[in-house]
Design a protein around this ligand. Structure first.
Ligand code: GDP
Ligand code: GDP
Length: 436
């Protein structure tokens, strides 16, 4: 599973600069979906072939109240789940009270913590460091996040101490069947759904060392096909266990998304679509994974309540145009079969091999129906397209002046590709290359 590094520190010490430097890779787990992810950032990073999850916890001042206090708490919770913590301080600003508060917290958390003294460019390094030794952290490294100084030796040491995360491997995947990640906030019905998906007779009593951090992987067969469920809730039988609400774990959710071929996001129709659902949707969307949405607890809802949810979906999830939505009852098993159909479609779409000839033909057809605009009196030309990868499918379009293609025209092309290729349940990524 993907190891986790969390970056903490007060505002302005250089956390996002460091985050951006380390996640500078095309498959960063997180792009920006406005209004979905707020201050914290999550990214999948690759350094010397090591993959890890990087969390920018957002600025913590130690003086937060209200909503901010809640977010600061969540940020520190991310620290609890991390393997390694990068605690950033600012060499130019010197030691502050907030640094001391954070250091105290980190010392008691017993995490492997690196104190990164940032912005040592243009200052006397020895003097700058001396200031911070008093924080009582063992590993102290001077760096410049903006130029990357000091990062190589730091990352080599850090990564050598972390477990190796496997690069997703198609052949291995094929053997294991479709990996389905089941995610959602606490109490929406994830465990109930997992039990349903496995089928009554297949429910195993799991005697796992119930760490809150790890998801449970369940291999099984259904109608002659292999599947693996990545269960973030941890199958538990409510009848036997006290009705405690599971604590939500961002890290576990992100790891499950990362490792899944298809993600099922579950929401609770009785409660409507709340902010936390949207955050979770944001992580799933940004990952580029194939996606299916399950609106659970559809039983016992009257017509008005159902209409209300439908309009909420239209309003709040209208930016997701590719995921199929199912109204289900995990408790009664209604709709679970259809969920599998969508999972299959999404998986097939996400892993479909795209052929250059076909892509170019589709492109030509799209351009024939609706020409790209003129820029300064010259028409944008799109010549051919080829596949750049799958899961999610990447379509690379070549032409000239491609940097000037309006967003609306890109959306049009994506729509045409989606329709003509019959892609369902997966995002499509498009890249444009200019030959001049
Ligand atoms: P955050 O609030 O902790 O995420 O901090 P930012 O990454 O936004 O950085 C705050 C400011 O510090 C920005 O103006 C950065 O350009 C600057 N900064 C970041 N790293 C360095 C560095 O290594 N040296 C110098 N001189 N400035 C830096
Ligand atoms: P988790 O925390 O997401 O794993 O949620 P659980 O599966 O433990 O379910 C939380 C509560 O919702 C339990 O009391 C379930 O019995 C109930 N529940 C789950 N699915 C449904 C459903 O489809 N309909 C109704 N009415 N209740 C459900």
């Amino acid at each position: 599973m993907l190891p986790v590094i969390a970056i903490v520190g007060r505002p302005n010490v250089g956390k996002s600069t460091l985050f951006n430097r380390l996640t500078k890779s095309r498959d960063a787990l997180v792009a920006n979906y406005e209004g979905l992810t707020r201050d914290r950032k999550y990214g999948e990073a690759t350094y010397d072939d090591h993959r890890f999850l990087l969390i920018d916890t957002g600025g913590i001042t130690g003086e937060e109240v209200g909503i901010d206090e809640e977010m600061a708490k969540q940020s520190l919770a991310a620290v609890e789940e991390a393997d390694v913590v990068f605690f950033l301080v600012d060499a130019r600003a010197g030691l502050t009270g907030t640094d001391e508060v954070l250091a105290r917290h980190l010392r008691t958390s017993n995490k492997k913590t690196y104190l990164l003294v940032n912005k040592v460019d243009g200052v006397d390094v020895d003097i700058a460091l001396a200031d911070f030794y008093g924080l009582g952290l063992e590993r102290v490294c001077p760096i410049t996040a903006s130029q990357g100084r000091g990062l190589r030796s730091l990352m080599e040491e850090v990564l050598a101490g972390l477990p190796e995360a496997k690069i997703n491997d198609d052949e291995e995947d094929a053997k294991r069947g479709v990996k389905i990640g089941i995610i959602g906030r606490p109490n929406v019905g994830k465990s109930t759904l997992v039990n349903r998906m496995l089928g009554e007779d297949r429910v195993i009593v799991f005697d796992m060392p119930g760490t809150t951090r790890d998801s449970i992987y369940i291999d099984y067969e259904r109608d002659g096909k292999d599947y693996t469920i990545i269960d973030t809730a941890g199958v538990r039988r409510r009848k036997n266990v006290k009705e405690t609400v599971e604590k939500f774990s961002i890290v576990k959710t992100l790891q499950a998304i990362d490792d899944a071929n298809v993600v099922i996001v579950i929401m609770d129709a009785h409660e409507g679509i709340v902010d936390q659902d949207l955050h979770i949707m944001g992580y799933a969307l940004n990952s580029g994974r194939a996606l299916v949405i399950g609106i659970n607890k559809w039983d016992g809802m009257d017509a008005d309540a159902r209409d209300h949810i439908r309009s909420e979906l239209d309003r709040k999830l209208n930016f997701i145009d590719y995921a199929e939505i199912h109204f289900i009852s995990a408790l009664h098993g209604t709709g679970v079969g259809h969920l599998y159909e969508s999972v299959e479609k999404a998986y097939t779409s996400a892993t479909k091999r795209l052929v250059t000839n076909e892509l170019t033909q589709i492109l030509e057809g799209a351009v024939f129906d609706h020409q790209p605009p003129m820029i300064n009196g010259r028409r944008i030309k799109l010549r051919y397209a080829h596949a750049g990868g799958h899961n999610p499918p990447l379509i690379v379009v070549h032409g000239n002046q491609t940097g000037k293609i309006p967003a609306s025209y890109k959306r049009y092309l994506e729509k045409v590709f989606r329709r003509e290729l019959g892609l369902v349940g997966t995002p499509i990524r498009m890249e444009f290359k200019s030959s001049e």
